[in-house]
Write a protein that binds this ligand. Sequence first.
Ligand SMILES: [Cu+2]
Length: 124
Amino acid sequence: MSPSDWGIALAAIGLIVLINWYFLGKKRAAVAAAATPGGAVDVDVRVEGGYSPSVIEVPAGSRVRLTLDRREDNPCSDELVIPDFGIRRALPAFKKTVVEFTATPGTHEFKCGMGMLHGSIVAK
Ligand SMILES: [Cu+2]
């Protein structure tokens, strides 16, 4: 292989590493939250260009209190929708909004009002 071939090979490897890091990094966002003795599960979610964490694991049947910390005024994340629980809530910019629901067993999607940002609540 010529030196330029090596350069291309190294660039390709670097790109693969970067892509893996990006996607595997996102999967690591899953948070397993435990119920406190009081009963409710508290989960903090940062809203900024997406939801972080975007996958939230909670015990099935638990009362969940999501605190959404919106750190942007991008209109995309104006609203939070959790269809399975009939929730549609405005998220004021640069404020924290608390949303409560009982997590029935299963995977429940949550998203922005336009359906562009996604996350899920996994209750099992
Ligand atoms: Cu949106």
